[in-house]
Design a protein around this ligand. Structure first.
Ligand code: CDP
Length: 223
């Protein structure tokens, strides 16, 4: 059967990655986390002290871009210059700076090219902010996930706490609010619901329920 491209966009902690992974598993497709790529580039900038509390050496990061390789290993875990960084990219420090980097067209161009390359043959489920609108505007199946700001903050707080990160619920809420604002108002590829996307609300829906709805839509598209 023909392998299609499935996109899932939405704000932080709307449940995109959970749904994307489950769809990919169900369909035998590859899951690609585009946010992890922006996070990996941000980690590189933090490690080299190109971005911090009150500074951003954008020019230096641009200069080094051709030497930065961001990829996925066979387990779909993200690598930065060949090293696994799956855990480190999920930190609050990375979350604090990622939207500043992601709003710059030059960094987007660099990562979007890689994302298109990864999705070239179809059979992928990719999640992010601009996947259905910019990266794969011709994708056969597009979803857009929503949930309230409060629910999203609680989810992300629990995730971080379970990973052992010492962070307050307030700091998580503020980080999500700040990223929502930057991600949805930036000039290049803002977070929008693609016109042809199916909206799913994960507020009170179980993971199984969302998966079933998504699979029904996909099956309809495939036949
Ligand atoms: O996991 P969470 O939803 O918090 O975020 P993510 O998907 O890991 O994305 C982290 C950040 O990367 C977002 O806040 C955006 O600034 C940026 N991003 C983007 O600009 N475009 C994408 N396709 C994916 C992520």
């Amino acid at each position: 059967m023909k392998k299609i491209t499935i996109t899932i966009d939405g704000a932080s902690s709307t449940g995109k990655s959970t749904l994307a992974k489950r769809i990919a598993h169900h369909m035998g497709y590859t899951y690609i986390d585009s946010g992890a790529m922006y996070r990996a580039l941000t980690l590189y900038a933090i490690r080299n002290q190109y971005i911090g509390e009150d500074y951003f050496n954008k020019e230096q990061l641009i200069k080094e871009l051709p030497g930065i390789s961001i990829d996925f290993d066979p387990n779909d875990s993200i690598t930065l210059n060949g090293m696994l960084v799956e855990d480190e990219i999920r930190s609050m420090e990375v979350a604090d700076h990622v939207s500043t980097i992601a709003k710059e067209p030059i960094f987007r161009k660099f990562l979007v090219a890689k994302q298109r390359e990864l999705g070239l043959e179809g059979g992928v489920v990719m999640d992010g902010r601009d996947i259905g609108s910019v990266v794969f505007p011709d994708a056969e199946m597009k979803f857009y996930l929503v949930a309230s700001a409060e629910t999203r903050a609680v989810r992300r707080f629990r995730e971080l706490r379970d990973k052992g990160e010492r962070v307050s619920p307030k700091a998580v809420f503020q980080n999500l609010a700040k990223r929502d604002a930057i991600d949805s108002t930036r000039k290049d590829s803002p977070l929008i619901k693609p016109v042809d996307a199916i909206e799913l609300n994960s507020e009170n829906a179980s993971e199984d329920h969302l998966l079933n709805i998504a699979i029904d839509h996909i099956q309809t598209r495939l036949h």
